[in-house]
Design a protein around this ligand. Structure first.
Ligand code: ADP
Length: 351
């Protein structure tokens, strides 16, 4: 089943919550809608499910407009952050329910197999009130995944799990979706989850779609400064630069020589990811001068904070033995790793 969203708009009163969204989800694709809270992700998902009626535009399944088709007739399975389990049924009863109402066969086998997958084997006879939040969420996931719908719709389904369970549930979800090849739209505000799960990521901000690309492209070629700053921890380093002749750029109250002919002719925003910078001794030419402000030890990695100019501190993944807080250094980089953005429109200018 493929899904097309055509000029999809949702307004509440005068507030536009989803603004003229055009997006196609391929058959069997795992599409993640990523954005911060209030960006219109859930509203979009609810319109696909039929739980919200679009103000204008269309939701199509296999090129057929389904705007008027009620949720129960769309053959979608949904998992919400606030899993709505039937309180009077056991975990087994909850997971079996979608199969029972469809007079499915091999119900017991399917329930037991799906429950095992989510580590629920010993909990099947318990009622929701006897389960922890994480266990209830796993029952909700198992209930959605026990059958083969045309479309899976998931709204932050892993957010109530602890970190360890989230990691394993992520793996299970992805494996299962691959195996069954069911078109999936998954909403999250968690960029790591998006990067890990998605075939493609659709990033939304204030109801407007910003970019739809494979995770590598979202990270490697963000279309604008919003996406560049949103994806990546620490985020991409960015600063406004002005040209001052030859290959020289002014940067706050500093200037430096760019290590190659400049690919842009006008003032721009220059961006570099923290892992693409290396710290070198202060006299190294064609690099950004700065002072080590802080070195953060995070167990599996170190992040150096380097002050380039008043108000401009950049992050560098890694540190250099013997280089300490207060030392003058330069940041070296390859010109190929620089992202350029237009300071007026904030969009990418070199691809
Ligand atoms: P997200 O899922 O990205 O957090 P939502 O789609 O839930 O965002 O909400 C987008 C915006 O729409 C929010 O500002 C929210 O307050 C508003 N909104 C959502 N549902 C309603 C509603 N039923 N009535 C009025 N405003 C709503």
């Amino acid at each position: 089943m493929n899904i097309q969203l055509q000029n999809l708009t949702k307004k509440y009163g005068n507030t536009i919550v989803v603004d003229n969204l055009n997006l196609a989800v391929d058959s069997g694709e795992f599409l993640v809608v990523l954005g911060s809270s209030g960006s219109g992700k859930s509203t979009t998902l609810n319109m696909i499910a039929g739980l919200e009626i679009p103000t204008s535009g269309n939701v199509c399944f296999n090129e057929q407009v389904v705007n008027q088709v009620p949720p129960g007739k769309r053959d979608v399975a949904m998992v919400f952050q606030n899993y709505a389990l039937y309180p009077h049924m056991t975990a087994y009863g909850n997971i079996a329910f979608p199969l029972k109402i469809r007079n499915d066969t091999d119900i017991n086998l399917k329930v037991v197999k799906t429950a095992e997958m989510f580590g629920l084997g010993g909990l099947l006879q318990k009622h929701p009130k006897e389960l922890s939040g994480g266990e209830r969420q796993r029952v909700a996931l198992a209930r959605a995944l026990v059958r083969n719908p045309q479309v899976f719709l998931m709204d932050e389904p892993l957010s109530n799990l602890d970190a360890r369970l989230r990691l394993s549930a992520r793996g299970e979800l992805k494996t299962l979706q691959r195996k069954r090849n069911i078109t999936t739209v998954y909403v999250t505000h968690d960029q790591v989850e998006a990067l890990a799960l998605a075939d493609r990521i659709a990033i939304m901000d204030k109801g407007v779609l910003q970019q739809v690309s494979a995770p590598n492209d979202i990270y490697g070629k963000p279309h604008n400064t919003f996406i560049a700053g949103f994806i990546g921890t620490p985020p991409m380093n960015m600063a406004n630069v002005t040209h001052c002749g030859d290959n020289r750029l002014a940067f706050g109250d500093a200037t430096f020589t760019f290590p190659a002919p400049l690919p842009v002719k006008t003032n721009s925003i220059l961006g570099i990811r923290p892992e693409k910078l290396t710290i070198a001794p202060a006299h190294t030419p064609a690099a950004l001068p700065g002072v080590i402000e802080y070195i953060e030890y995070l167990g599996n990695e170190i992040i150096s904070h380097v002050k380039l100019s008043p108000g401009i501190t950049w992050y560098v993944r890694g540190a250099v033995e013997g280089v300490n807080v207060g030392d003058r250094v330069v940041l070296k980089f390859s010109p190929n790793d620089v992202h350029w953005f237009d300071p007026t429109t904030t969009t990418r200018i070199v691809f």
